[in-house]
Design a binder for this molecule. Structure first.
Ligand code: NDP
Length: 315
């Protein structure tokens, strides 16, 4: 293993990570940022972002993240490709292993590792992943132009995915396990007013059908207790997200869903010198702008911590 010492180490390259980097770099804190598994984070798999202040005409997610990176680099952030594979927060400086081969010791660590899409956990879902099964309509919807598809889930994400697909596909079924949506009213209305979206209430997916590609789905209606099959070519899973925090579980307090617990109103974790920002610690708001806000807070908290400890800034 190779080894190096850094001042502030930032894990993750979504709005939280890059905002932390911009603030830390401008404060002369020499941040080093590792991209993680999905460079640019979840916004790179979304289409238009219309609710980020400062973009009156909206902006494409991937383009916005390139702008974030450029802004972080402009002030001297060392942006690197690599993924944190384990940590040791029992020692100080805090240690993070990158790609199982490089140990980074840091005066302060900012965790901004975000969250990833959840899957149903069916063997057929795994087998047909990339062959008609997807968790991203914006990435893969194009392949199903004029075809019939299904979206599973009843939250805002599912409604957004269904709405997006309804403009490309002949027909979109929404598979909702309860007899109500969890989504916000505005998103519910958008879906219910779409002529080619049909909601299948009280429905659970038993199996996705097809050998080499998706041909249909087998459903169970939990009200009528009946089973049915639906012919579709694309199956989109939109049932929420889970935080990317597995490697921290032995060192940080996580809630029942795996989100990092922070001291309210701050980004401090239960471990000194380790701060958390963005979706990895936010089970409620999960927005780009709130992630960026907590990224800023993490950089300021880390800077204060380093100043109070009177640590020399590692260059
Ligand atoms: P949510 O947790 O809000 O919703 C998940 C949905 O998936 C629920 O309907 C849930 O059903 C269903 N579900 C969960 N597990 C399963 C399963 N195993 N089988 C079948 N269905 C399942 O997640 P979202 O990703 O939709 O939203 C997350 C957050 O992001 C929310 O706060 C949301 O408001 C926000 N968001 C906002 C957007 C916007 O404003 N444009 C866009 C996208 C997200 P049940 O209700 O039965 O538990």
């Amino acid at each position: 293993m190779t080894q190096e010492n850094v001042n502030i180490l930032i894990l993750g390259s979504g709005p939280a990570g890059y905002t932390a980097a911009i603030y830390a770099a401008r404060a002369g804190m020499n941040p080093v940022l590792y991209h993680g598994a999905q460079p640019g984070g979840q916004l790179t798999i979304t289409n238009d972002v219309e609710n980020y202040p400062g973009y009156p005409d909206g902006v494409r997610g991937p383009e916005m993240m390139i702008d974030f990176q450029k802004q972080a680099e402009r002030f001297g952030t060392d942006v690197r490709i690599g993924m944190a594979t384990s940590v040791d927060f029992n020692t100080y400086p805090r240690k993070v292993v990158i790609d199982e081969s490089h140990v980074v010791s840091a005066n302060a660590v900012i965790i901004a590792t975000g969250a990833s899409a959840k899957w149903l956990g069916l063997p057929s879902e795994q087998r047909l992943n990339g062959r008609g099964v997807s968790a991203c309509a914006v990435c893969d919807g194009f392949f199903f132009r004029n075809q019939e598809v299904a979206v599973v889930g009843g939250g805002d994400t599912a409604c957004e995915e269904a709405s997006y697909l309804s403009k490309l596909c002949k027909k979109v079924y929404m598979i909702v396990r309860k007899n109500e949506f969890r989504a916000s009213l505005i998103m519910q209305k958008r879906v219910l007013n779409s002529a080619n979206i049909e909601v299948l209430w009280n429905s659970e997916t038993l199996e996705i059908l097809g050998e080499d590609e998706v041909e249909g789905v087998k459903l169970h209606n939990n009200e009528t207790k009946t089973t049915s099959t639906l012919a579709i070519q694309g199956f989109f899973v939109a049932i929420g997200h889970q935080p990317n925090t597995g490697i921290f579980k032995d060192f940080l307090n996580l809630d029942d869903s795996g989100y990092i617990q922070t001291v309210p109103g701050t980004t401090l974790t239960n471990t000194e010198g380790v701060f958390a920002a963005g979706d990895a610690q936010d089970n409620v708001y999960r927005q780009a702008v709130t992630a960026a806000g907590t990224g800023c807070m993490a950089a300021l908290d880390a800077e204060k911590f380093i100043a109070e400890k009177e640590l020399a800034v590692v260059s």
